[in-house]
Design a protein around this ligand. Structure first.
Ligand SMILES: *[C@@H]1O[C@H](CO)[C@@H](O)[C@H](O)[C@H]1NC(C)=O
Ligand SMILES: *[C@@H]1O[C@H](CO)[C@@H](O)[C@H](O)[C@H]1NC(C)=O
Length: 391
């Protein structure tokens, strides 16, 4: 019985391989010499085969016990990098337990030799090595990685343009005075203070800085019993204070956005919160939503100037993942200042006027508003709630 199941899966694999010849695909790669690295953090990078001329760089930071490979395989970012031609840097923690140092004084200090410094050097290495676009440098992280994301945004606001933090705490909240310590008070949602105090905590991590800061997207689940949900509120206070919003007065509250059970709190263009009712610490990464937040996809996040995002973006802004031939190496950059010629849309009945999605591209998933039809020779296959792919 078991054997026959295995045998039939093997058969299925073989026939799939027959139908779609294996495509050589880029892989996760270790980078050894990215700069001065006394804390011993490890750097991995994913550079897709098809890269934009000036690629965006996303640094995706893992949770405690996580690894670069766990995030590479367990989040949608690498597949999205294939689709949109950006680079993903996956830092890996050197600390026992695999948590990041988000608790020492050095962690909150620029160029201090701690993990936060190492991560900034990894991002800079990728930007330099691949002619990355300094205007499209992004952060994402989960749990300990989200704590680090908030810290990176506070310590290196000059380097990053937008960030998505899943189930983290405010920058500075996890302080213990030791490297990679665990602060129960903060984890349990008992570090509660004012917007002004949290903002000052973040601002003090780069004293005197007056330049631009990354736009912050803060996710949390109401049923999180590892990093208690009160940290959602405290983190929003922190960034609301930094950006001059009022924590208690989001400009808009959108129910069931970006998905059922989630509520989106819009403070302004620089700060959104997304709160999942009944969602635990295993908060799923919403790749499509993050791509919008980063501006990698053409669909802008909801803003305060319109009640809902347009569901019919211009054809050129939905063409990021599409090509009319499966061997094409063209990638249309969404942020390019030079308008790229719009491919002639092939009419299709499901979504009239949309350009069929190229092989490997996204064709469905929650909050996805692009074309749901694949180009000839590939079929839209469900991968998970957030992601269907043309295969
Ligand atoms: C934990 O962090 C809070 C601030 O969030 C701080 O007041 C407290 O002293 C820290 N606990 C330890 C053990 O350092
Ligand atoms: C935190 O924010 C959520 C979402 O706005 C809200 O439902 C909850 O009541 C807040 N918690 C506290 C303690 O204010």
């Amino acid at each position: 019985m078991l054997f026959s199941t295995v045998a039939s899966s093997l058969l299925a694999l073989v026939s799939l391989a027959d139908a779609t010849p294996l495509v050589k695909r880029a892989s996760l790669t270790r980078v050894n010499n990215f700069g001065n690295n006394p804390s011993g953090a490890r750097m991995y990078i994913y550079v897709p085969d098809r890269l934009q001329a000036r690629p965006p760089v996303l640094t995706a930071i893992h949770y405690c016990t996580g690894t670069a490979n766990a995030l590479y395989t367990g989040t949608p970012y690498a597949r999205l990098a294939d689709q949109h031609g950006f680079i993903v840097v996956y830092p890996e923690s050197p600390n026992s337990g695999g948590c990041w140092d988000v608790s020492s004084r050095a962690a909150y200090t620029r160029d201090s030799g701690s993990n936060s410094h190492a991560i900034s050097l990894m991002t800079k290495w990728a930007l330099q090595q691949y002619n990355g676009d300094p205007e499209r440098v992004f952060l994402a992280g989960t749990s300990s990685g989200a704590m680090m994301t908030n810290i990176m945004a506070a310590v290196y606001p000059d380097l990053y343009k937008a960030a998505a933090a899943y189930a983290g705490v405010p920058a500075g909240c996890f302080y213990t005075g030791t490297v990679a310590g665990w602060n129960n008070t903060c984890a349990n949602g008992q570090s509660i203070t004012t917007q002004e105090h949290w903002a000052k905590t973040a601002l003090d991590m780069y004293p005197g800085y007056t330049g631009s800061r990354p736009r912050m997207l803060i996710y949390h689940g109401s049923a999180d019993t590892i990093i208690y949900p009160r940290n959602f509120n405290e983190t929003l206070k922190q960034w609301a204070g930094v950006f001059g919003y009022t924590y208690g007065q989001p400009e808009q509250t959108l129910a069931n956005t970006p998905a059922a059970r989630y509520t989106r709190y819009i403070y302004g263009p620089n700060l959104h919160g997304i709160y999942g009712t009944g969602v635990t610490h295993d908060l799923p990464v919403n790749g499509a939503n993050d791509m919008e937040w980063f501006g990698i996809t053409g669909n802008p996040p909801p803003t305060t100037t319109s009640t809902l995002p347009s569901t019919t973006p211009a054809p050129s802004s939905t063409s990021t993942s599409t090509s009319t031939t499966s061997t094409s190496t063209r990638i249309t950059t969404t942020s390019s200042v030079v308008p790229t010629p719009t491919p002639t849309p092939t009419p299709n009945p499901g979504n009239p006027g949309c350009t069929p999605v190229g092989k490997w591209g996204q064709c469905g998933g929650m909050y996805y508003t692009g074309c749901t039809v694949c180009e000839a020779g590939s079929t839209c296959r469900f991968q998970n709630d957030w992601y269907s792919q043309c295969l």
